[in-house]
Design a protein around this ligand. Structure first.
Ligand SMILES: Nc1ncnc2c1ncn2[C@@H]1O[C@H](COP(=O)(O)OP(=O)(O)OP(=O)(O)O)[C@@H](O)[C@H]1O
Length: 850
């Protein structure tokens, strides 16, 4: 239903311009309408207020007779910068352009919505980052159906996920730019709130209406792709497609297939793990620089598809050895052959984003520049292929790399070196490519030559020594004569224009030549357009080959980047053990070592030594040690070399981390609650093939609760789950675990108190730490001396009071006068003491198994 109102004031009716605005705005209720008025895109009323707030623009007012309303606008020429910001802020934008020229001053020109833009369906290159840009849809019914579509490449995939946390983990890996929620989720307040908190992106329930999804799928695919049998997945895939088709009215020919994938076929990494390991972004909120992330260190790819693929590999590490060894073989070849590596990297550097070029080609949106870039990129393939042939494991890459020579040559023959952006301006097709075009150009050239000759010929004929032939847009070609020569002007010249000291003339022959030139030029432009479309059509036939080339190149790019990192940072090839041995010699943290001189550390584990209790002062490097172990395992399982002198690892099915405080105040969950929820997930889901890293579990609650929980969690992981567990803790009581558990070991990070204060060695050694250095670290951090002294006193008090409790018992004993105690009294007294001790032991350490 239309809502023909606009926030404003005044008794009068809406002026016609605003009426037109409101009509268009109401036709796209969920979009911010940018309404072209001459050189500006304007917004009015509430939208103007929203728009100006979002982009920090000045809010003005549109005032007409008896009516005034808020107005905010941006210049048409800088619209892209603003669109980018709006999309990032999660706006959907409809752009309404003037579609006719304003002939009379007060006539209302026609305007139409010419573009719809939403964060998840952007196709225009200048509004996209190199990373994948996903639109996701989620629905329910025997699990969650998750569909993901990146229309900039045509990637379309989906999965069925069981459990909300699995869904969140998966979404966190893909980071969609926009999400469509089925009504049952969109109208579930609790779900919606939680979802919005986790994924602050554009959300709506669009695409799920009635049968639109099914219809969209049927129009896109015939028959429906396999994998869409699951009802929830079918609904989500339909919704994504229907929504994208609504925005991209010319269809989505680049979307040619659907892949259903199973996340359990890959190593599982929870959202918390991806965050704490700082794979994509630093967890420290004040620092958003990518350098502090794994991707920042490893991201030495040279092409956009390579960059996307590396992200995809990090998202889904493998759990099978054979494909990992194949990746590692490829990386190793490039590690060993530095010359080849640098040559390949040089070639890759010159490649354009073939994946997106192919998508634009299929979507009929490739510009002359796109085709030219495509041609230049494809022309590098033979050289690259040649370089890889015979290069051991890389030969298979060369074999899979298509070389569409005919297309490459055709582009080179057809397009000029540096074609214009617009295809309607001409000047894009080379001489000699199309005879008809050549003929038209020859005709225009002939006319121009005739005119060039005219100047000298007419000078000679008339005796006007400074006669000039000129051109302007109003009169076309003219002959120009200055005042002193007016008398020499022939009779048959027609005056066009009189200026102060000169006159301009035309002749029938000149007009005729001009007409010929103009006609030939116009036809040439038309012909060029037709030739270009034909060329584009022919190249589109090769889109699949181009796509395949893009994929193979992306893979090669990732291998080369990983090899470059391996050489640059001194990584080694990991080995996978079959007997469960984990043996890391001189392991390092790949990110921390980039900014600090790093002390490498070893780690040895096996099924018979699978729980490591790690103690040591704060700041010693416990978390770093835990994280580096996880990162080494993760890198090994994407097929990368690892930061260690040598590393042998089992293939892990999951990596779980519970490191660092992460509270969720907005979500109403305390630090402790978040910690316990994450611990619960780990204890429920970890297996004997999982790597579990726990840092100071239980510190968010009272010491005894915390210790008891930590103890019980360790026992569970050791006895039941039997996962590889690294447990960093400040509870010294836990160092007693190895005495009770066969596969538990102690290790500590060395530090020593010296005259100048605490010295950290960052060295991991066997056995428990000797003492806690909490107060010492607090002193290093600059706590006021009074507070430190008081803390010391309190600590001695606490220690004494722990002992004191048992002293209470002793004092009772001492006070007992044995001479006056009957046997019955003695018995009763003993019972009292026992009760006291029982109360005490319950309160202090009721260590399980103690
Ligand atoms: N092996 C190492 N070599 C060099 N520097 C290190 C090493 N390990 C840690 N560090 C440095 O020490 C700092 C503290 O490390 P980390 O946070 O791992 O300590 P921690 O023992 O977990 O402390 P806390 O118990 O307070 O959490 C890091 O920021 C890092 O710069």
């Amino acid at each position: 239903m239309l809502n023909m109102t606009l926030k404003g004031q005044g008794p009068g009716p809406l002026p016609p311009l605003l009426e037109q605005y409101v009509e268009l705005r109401d036709a796209y209720p969920d979009y911010l309408l940018l309404f072209q008025v001459g050189d500006f895109y304007e917004t009015f009323g509430e939208d103007a207020e929203r728009f100006s707030r979002a982009l920090n623009l000045t809010l003005t007012h549109k005032t007409a007779k008896d009516f005034t309303t808020p107005m905010a606008g941006i210049p048409v020429r800088s619209v892209d910068v603003h669109l980018e910001k709006l999309l990032k802020l999660g706006f959907r934008v409809a752009v309404a352009d003037q579609v006719e020229l304003a002939e009379e001053a007060d006539k209302l020109v026609r305007r139409e919505v010419t573009q719809l833009l939403t964060p998840g369906t952007v196709m225009r290159e200048n509004l996209l980052k190199p990373e994948a840009n996903y639109l996701a849809a989620i629905s329910t019914g025997d699990g969650y159906g998750l569909a993901l579509l990146d229309i900039s490449t045509g990637e379309f995939r989906g999965s069925v996920l069981y459990g909300k946390s699995t869904l969140y983990d998966e979404l966190f890996r893909f980071r969609p730019a926009e999400v469509l929620l089925a009504p049952e989720l969109y109208h579930n307040q609790a779900f919606l709130q939680e979802f919005q908190r986790r994924f602050p992106v554009m959300l709506s329930e669009e695409g799920f209406q009635g049968e639109v999804g099914k219809a969209a799928l049927q129009s896109q695919f015939d028959p429906l792709p396999a994998g869409l049998e699951h009802p929830a997945l079918l609904r989500s895939a339909g919704a994504v497609l229907a929504y994208a088709l609504r925005v991209q009215e010319n269809g989505l020919p680049q979307v040619r297939s659907f892949v259903r994938y199973d996340p359990s076929a890959f190593m599982q990494l929870s959202e918390a793990t991806l965050r704490t390991l700082e794979i994509y972004e630093p967890s420290f909120v004040g620092d958003r620089s990518e350098e502090r992330t794994l991707l920042g260190v490893l991201g030495l790819t040279r092409t956009a598809p390579g960059r996307r693929l590396l992200r995809a590999w990090l998202r889904h590490p493998l759990v099978e050895e054979a494909p990992l060894q194949a990746r590692l073989d490829a990386v190793e070849t490039l590690v060993r052959d530095g010359v080849m590596r640098s040559e390949v990297r040089k070639i890759l550097y010159r490649m354009h984003d073939l994946e997106r070029l192919a998508a634009r080609l299929l979507a009929g949106r490739a510009s002359p520049r796109d085709i030219s870039a495509l041609g230049r990129s494809l022309s590098l393939l033979p050289e690259l292929s040649e370089r890889l042939v015979g290069a051991g494991p890389l030969s298979s890459v060369a074999e899979r790399l298509p070389c569409p020579v005919a297309i490459t040559e055709r582009i080179a023959a057809a397009l000029v070196e540096d074609p214009p952006l617009k295809l309607t301006d001409g000047g894009l097709i080379r001489e000699g490519f199309d005879p008809e075009l050549d003929e038209l150009r020859r005709r225009a050239e002939e006319g121009r030559a005739w005119i060039a000759r005219l100047e000298t010929e007419e000078r000679d004929r008339t005796g006007i020594s400074n006669l000039k032939v000129g051109y302007n847009a109003v009169f076309g070609y003219y002959l120009e004569v200055t005042r002193p020569h007016y008398a020499l002007v022939p009779k048959d010249w027609r005056a066009l224009q009189t200026l102060k000291d000169r006159m301009r003339f035309s002749t029938p022959e000149l007009k005729e030549q001009e007409r010929k030139i103009l006609q030939a030029e116009t036809e040439a432009i038309k012909r060029e357009y037709a030739v270009f479309l034909q060329l584009r059509e022919q190249i589109t036939q090769a889109a699949d080959e181009i796509r395949q080339a893009a994929q193979v190149l992306a893979e090669l790019d990732v291998y080369t980047a990983l090899a470059e990192a391996a050489v640059e940072y001194g990584y080694s090839r990991p080995r996978f053990s079959h007997n469960g041995t984990l043996d890391i010699v001189a392991g390092r943290h790949p990110v921390v070592e980039r900014s600090t001189p790093f002390i490498p550390n070893d780690l040895s584990m096996s099924p018979s030594a699978r729980l490591l209790i790690l103690t040591g002062p704060n700041m010693a490097g416990k978390s770093t040690y835990l994280r580096q172990t996880a990162l080494i395992a993760l890198l090994a399982q994407i097929g990368s070399f690892v930061p260690a002198e040598s590393a042998t690892l089992p293939l892990f099915d999951r990596i779980y981390t519970r490191i660092g405080a992460s509270d969720d105040i907005a979500g109403g969950r305390s630090t402790f609650m978040v910690e316990m929820e994450e611990l619960a997930t780990i204890l429920h889901n970890a297996t004997a093939q999982s790597l579990v890293l726990l840092d100071e579990i239980g510190r968010g609650t009272s010491t005894y609760d915390g210790l008891a929980l930590a103890w019980a969690a360790c026992e569970h992981l050791h006895d039941r789950v039997q996962a590889y567990t690294l447990f960093a803790t400040h509870y010294f009581e836990l160092t007693a675990l190895p005495e009770r558990m066969a596969a538990a070991r102690n290790a500590h990070v060395a530090a020593k108190e010296e005259a100048g204060g605490l010295v950290f060695y960052h060295q991991v050694l066997p056995g428990p730490a000797s003492k806690s250095y909490g107060l010492e670290v607090a002193r290093l951090a600059g706590l006021p001396v009074e507070v430190l002294l008081r803390a010391k006193t309190v600590m001695s008090g606490l220690e004494a009071s722990q002992k004191g409790l048992s002293r209470e018992v002793l004092e009772e004993l001492l006070e007992l006068d044995l001479a006056r105690t009957s046997p019955l009294d003695a018995l009763l007294f003993l019972r009292k003491l026992q009760a006291m001790l029982k109360g005490l032991s319950q309160e202090v350490v009721e260590a399980p198994g103690a």
